[in-house]
Design a protein around this ligand. Structure first.
Ligand SMILES: [Zn+2]
Length: 422
């Protein structure tokens, strides 16, 4: 073994600081806004051409058959693999290439990649083109170092911001991202350079619909208002279930701290003459609310669903006319990487090595593509680790720190060496 392989790689990455900034900036200049999914193909080809030059075998996987994939907005994923001198381990670095819409409040061009005071600004710098660029520089340096390694894979995938079904989920479903060919996955999402993210809470989005009886608005007592019934349901949730959820704390180290609780958010309420500018006087015959329930790894889904049924039963006792139904919209199970995973250990020791401080294990307040790697691909050694801070993601004047870009590339490369027994 080469005793100073880690030092060598850290120096190589430090020397490529400008190249790392340049690569991030080039990625930011593709306006890969999602929705609707702009500029995916040129961005995927740019990544593929670069990795081909670095000796990777590159494939472009188009999510044919998915409803999101259209001629106007093709869903093109890039997957690259380089087999090393050893059969295993096979380590996959994944970044989503989509970014959320720009929004208002920017003081500079969101797609220029402007550098100021040690930060690179632009939409997607933190979430997560900076992380993807750091992963690529780390992999290129490992290749150039000549160290005998297992396989390294890099993917640039689409649609993470809208659920990832045409991206990582599609690649896992067709068998391209599974435990058969991959042992470890690092997703350089903006979780901060000294933190390793080992999962997220579960998500249950559901619709509640109330149905009433239409009547003339001047004689509302002749009808049944679906909106007033929804109001009773919202009141019951606020008085009974929400305080109970606020008392439940997960042992998963979710950040920010308040997201360690179970939560219920009302995403949408619409009822009556929805979408009509001109209104006629009517009692609302229908109302729909969409809820976002974040549940803990310690809660079971059957119990989570039962609590909602119990709320509706209590409301029905007061309002015998209540006509209500519940339907699912989206379900994501909680994820938790085993703390004994060698990947977690390798990143912890790499962080100590590169940054000289102890790593913190965290979990993400929202979900990310981890779920698809684990639930569809069957890969349990999966974490998010990358530069960028959560708090500036999706915000105006999003940025990533240049020192953090370099340090995260050093940590990823060092962890890969560690997993290869260097
Ligand atoms: Zn992201």
């Amino acid at each position: 073994m080469i005793p100073n392989a880690r030092d060598t790689i850290q120096r190589m990455i430090a020397d490529r600081r400008e190249a790392l900034v340049g690569l991030t900036r080039e990625l930011v200049r593709f306006p890969t806004i999602n929705p609707p999914g702009e500029a995916y193909e040129p961005c995927a080809r740019f990544l593929g051409e670069r990795l081909t030059r670095a000796g990777f075998a590159v494939e472009y996987v188009v999510a044919v058959g998915r409803p999101e994939h259209t001629t106007a907005h093709p869903r093109v994923n890039m997957v690259a693999r380089r087999d090393g001198g050893r059969a295993r381990p096979s380590i996959h670095l994944n970044g989503h290439i989509d970014v959320v819409p720009v929004g208002s409040g920017w003081t500079m061009d969101p797609f220029a990649g402007i550098v100021r005071d040690g930060r690179l600004y632009g939409r997607g710098t933190a979430d997560m083109k900076g992380g993807l660029a750091a992963a690529i520089i780390a992999a290129e340096c490992l290749v150039d170092s000549g160290a005998a390694l297992g396989a390294i894979e890099i993917s640039g995938t689409v649609d993470e911001e809208t659920g990832g079904l045409a991206g990582v989920a599609h690649l896992a479903e067709i068998g391209r991202l599974t435990s058969r060919s991959i042992d470890h996955v690092i997703i350089p999402e903006p979780l901060q350079v000294d933190r390793v993210c080992i999962g997220h809470r579960g998500v249950w989005w559901f619709d509640v619909e109330t149905r009433g009886r239409i009547a003339h608005g001047s004689m509302p007592y002749l009808g049944v208002s679906a909106i007033e019934h929804m109001g009773e349901i919202l009141h019951e949730l606020r008085e009974t279930l929400q305080p109970e959820l606020a008392r439940r704390l997960t042992a998963l180290p979710v950040v920010p701290e308040d997201s360690r609780r179970a939560t219920l958010n009302v995403n949408t309420v619409e009822g009556g003459q929805v979408g009509e500018r001109v209104q006629s006087p009517c009692v609302a015959h229908a109302c729909r609310a969409i809820f976002d329930r974040r549940f803990l790894v310690e809660e079971d889904l059957a119990g989570v669903r039962r609590e909602i049924d119990e709320v509706l039963t209590r409301v029905r006792h007061r309002l015998p006319q209540l006509d209500v139904s519940v339907s699912d919209r989206l379900l994501v199970h909680p994820m938790e990487t085993p703390r004994s995973s060698p990947l977690v250990g390798a990143l912890e020791s790499a962080i100590a090595d590169v940054l000289g401080r102890e790593a913190t294990l965290v979990a993400s307040p929202g979900t990310y593509d981890h779920k698809h790697f684990t639930r569809i691909g069957g890969i349990t050694n999966c974490v998010a680790y990358g530069p960028g801070v959560l708090e500036v993601s999706h915000q105006p004047d999003e940025w990533v720190g240049i020192d953090d870009l370099v340090a995260s590339a050093q940590v990823m490369a060092s962890a890969i060496l560690g997993l290869n027994d260097y």
